[in-house]
Design a binder for this molecule. Sequence first.
Ligand code: NAD
Length: 519
Amino acid sequence: MKILVTGGAGFIASHVVDLYLERGQKVVVVDNLSTGRVSNLNPNAVFYQMDIRSPQLAEVFKKERPDIVNHHAAQMDVRRSVADPIYDSDVNIIGSLNLIECAKLYDVQHFIYISSGGAVYGEPEYLPCDEEHPIKPICQYGASKHTVEHYLYMYRENYGLGYTVLRYPNVYGPRQDPQGEAGVVAIFIGKMLTGDQVTINGDGEQQRDFVYVADCAEANLLALNDLQRSGIYNLGSGEGTSVNEIFATLRGIIGYEQDPIYGPPKVGETRRIYLNAERAIQDLGWKKRWSLEDGLRETVRYFRSAEMVEPVALPSVGRSSAQTVAGAPVDGPQKGQPSQREALGEAARGDGDELRVLEELGQRLESLPFSKRWPADLLDIALRAVRARGGSIIILDQAKKIIGAAASFQGVTHELNPKELQMMLDRGLAGWVTQHGRAALISNTLEDARWATKEWEQAEASARSVISVPLFFEGRVSAVLTLTRENHDCFTHNDLALVSSLAAMTSVSQEGIQLPVAV
Ligand SMILES: NC(=O)c1ccc[n+]([C@@H]2O[C@H](COP(=O)([O-])OP(=O)(O)OC[C@H]3O[C@@H](n4cnc5c(N)ncnc54)[C@H](O)[C@@H]3O)[C@@H](O)[C@H]2O)c1
């Protein structure tokens, strides 16, 4: 079967994609990478970087003809839904409706929709909540997630589109974003491992139903067993665990010694919620396999491993079946353009695989004399590796203060004044990358608010394509490398993967060395 998974570069759906592929299904991923990561993408899935609200979504359906849609993509930040309910409803309702319409138009057999058991019931009248519990969401996110369930019912009644709704509890596990707004487990682990103070919102006695991500992924597999059946299913353990208990368990596992500080509670948050999953157990054969303790240990193990430093897995340069929005493969060279190997110049000799190319780049990096010119030399290697037209590197100290920089545009070195640099960090893409600790690929700078135009570029403020990646040192962002090209010569995901790997290798190869450059 061919399954179109939305949000497949995100935390939970990337595990679902892995599981589907492991079980022999064909997978197409649609994700706009707003919170998802390239490194989460399984290279064996066909990837479309696309917004679920895009009118071009129908073209993906026309081309791929999926049998099943599995819809995970969402605006899933409760606080953002409260602050910007229009955006929340646009992504979660209109985006979902766009998908459902495509599913109807292109004869999809079954629609798996991910809803939220933690948000749709509101403050529970009884616990654990089963699916018959009144729906009384107390945040915009809960309302938008639930609304789609009505559409699914309607489309089944009127057009015969079968559906499975999975109402997730609080999901945790590997690949959850420790810098995200949601996901208390990942946030706590991230802080504890870097020795930062943990803030608990409210008194910490709020209770949630925590389920390990592999258990939730399993339910998505079980949903394929009977495509004739439509239904709504809670997933959950039936037990509440307080945020204070999560803190204490993680503290024990990690050996963290500090006490938490308590901040104000979050608006729109339910006090206590846990879910009765009896229906999923009976009808789907679902079973929660991971105990909380084991799941937390596994999550800590993941965050301690190198995998947390993006990207870990070697990027699928030349092997990925990734596609651009327009559907053109990005793994091979575009017609008339040099291949990535050719573009790498002397690093790309011979017929070895891409690992060799990266290895050679790594060797080149290692042989760089460590001098004041080091950032400029690194920038130069990166520029040539992906044939970028211009770029910059900003070096940051622990307090995120700029301690060095280099910039180059069309082969000419640029002096960046401290004001410009600070602007890039305060308002520009480099600031976003630093804050989120993750790479970004922008196809069109004129359409992305994260890009702030620099003064020296104003003369030709045409649309550009940009890659920006963080370099890590001791778990913090120690530098940001940004590369630009003309927008008609858009960077691809392979370019991003290559530069991300270069950045990851650099962090390792320069470990322990204080960057000596001063602005
Ligand atoms: N994490 C939880 O505890 C939890 C609990 C209940 C329900 N859910 C639901 O599970 C799903 C996945 O959540 P997650 O925790 O993995 O979040 P996530 O942010 O890691 O994943 C969401 C993915 O959707 C993509 N996306 C967002 N907006 C998009 C758009 N407009 N077009 C295309 N792609 C878009 C993001 O880039 C990301 O890859 C969501 O539907 C969420 O509501 C999550």
